[in-house]
Design a protein around this ligand. Structure first.
Ligand code: TYD
Length: 254
């Protein structure tokens, strides 16, 4: 019986190579049914990296495949967290200290994780978050030259040790990011108007985070076209599923 399941999964993996998102999702779902917790995926990148567009594409495919999933964005996602978001992004709050900023991001996250993310994952639901704690490490830690180790401890505290199963980091050069941001017509928020130096340090921070956790954080070249980037994203989903299958085989031998 178990072998039959594995065979089906292997066949699906062959189909993944054709980048058939429906097959990918069905397999994630079947893995999810075997796992106690839902899959937790996060999207990261500096402003203008195009991660939100990629998230919309994935959302469309998940809807088509009738998958039970939840998409959230940080900061925000609960009544309390959305109120904190307003304070954080309000352009009038120029006097906000780096410490206040850091603690507000963590406070918004703590509320979101406890109220929304953990219950959804415990129900076996897939959760995808537009930004998570790597944003704080990259922006408030590396971007603002603050104690990264301490920030990672705060991340752990705020999330009760919750770690994403997979993180997509959309990497983009500062010049491309600035071109895209300048082309946007919307009003800039408090963090959008930070200097170029801040964004570059944040980008370098993301690269360091990715280098220190290669299993979890996948670097995606976001300079490519929207379709090419999405294809790369899907190819990483394939790898995660392959790893899931390997673990399953290993554990069945124990
Ligand atoms: P938002 O408008 O949601 O931007 P984006 O679409 O780029 O996610 O604004 C979120 C801003 O907050 C963004 O500039 C990144 C920043 N941020 C941090 O500095 N630290 C954090 O922990 C998080 C979650 C976001």
């Amino acid at each position: 019986m178990i072998n039959d399941n594995k065979l089906t999964l292997s066949n699906n993996i062959a189909l993944f190579q054709e980048n058939n998102i429906r097959v990918i999702i069905i397999s994630i779902k079947s893995m999810g049914e075997k796992m106690e917790k839902g899959l937790f995926i996060t999207f990261e990148g500096i402003d203008g990296s195009g991660k939100s567009t990629q998230l919309e594409l994935l959302e469309e495919d998940l809807n088509k495949a009738k998958i039970d999933f939840l998409i959230i964005r940080e900061p925000g996602g609960t009544l309390i967290s959305e109120q904190i978001r307003q304070i954080l992004l309000d352009g009038k709050n120029q006097e906000m200290t780096p410490e206040t900023e850091l603690l507000l991001f963590e406070a918004a996250r703590a509320q979101l994780v406890n109220q929304v993310v953990l219950p959804a994952l415990n129900e076996g639901k897939m959760v995808i978050s537009d930004r998570f704690f790597d944003s704080t490490t990259a922006y408030q830690g590396f971007g603002r030259n603050k104690d990264v180790d301490f920030i990672q401890k705060l991340n752990t505290f705020a999330t009760k040790d919750l770690m994403p199963d997979l993180t997509f980091y959309f990497d983009i050069s500062l010049s491309t990011a600035l071109k895209r941001l300048n082309a946007r017509k919307h009003k800039s928020d408090r963090l959008d108007i930070e200097g170029e130096n801040f964004l570059e340090k944040t980008r370098q921070g993301y690269l360091k985070i990715a280098a220190s956790d290669r299993d979890r954080v996948k670097i995606i070249n976001a300079e490519l076209t929207v379709d090419e980037v999405y294809k790369e994203l899907k190819s990483y989903l394939v790898q995660v599923i392959e790893m899931g299958e390997t673990n399953e085989i290993n554990s069945s031998h124990c």
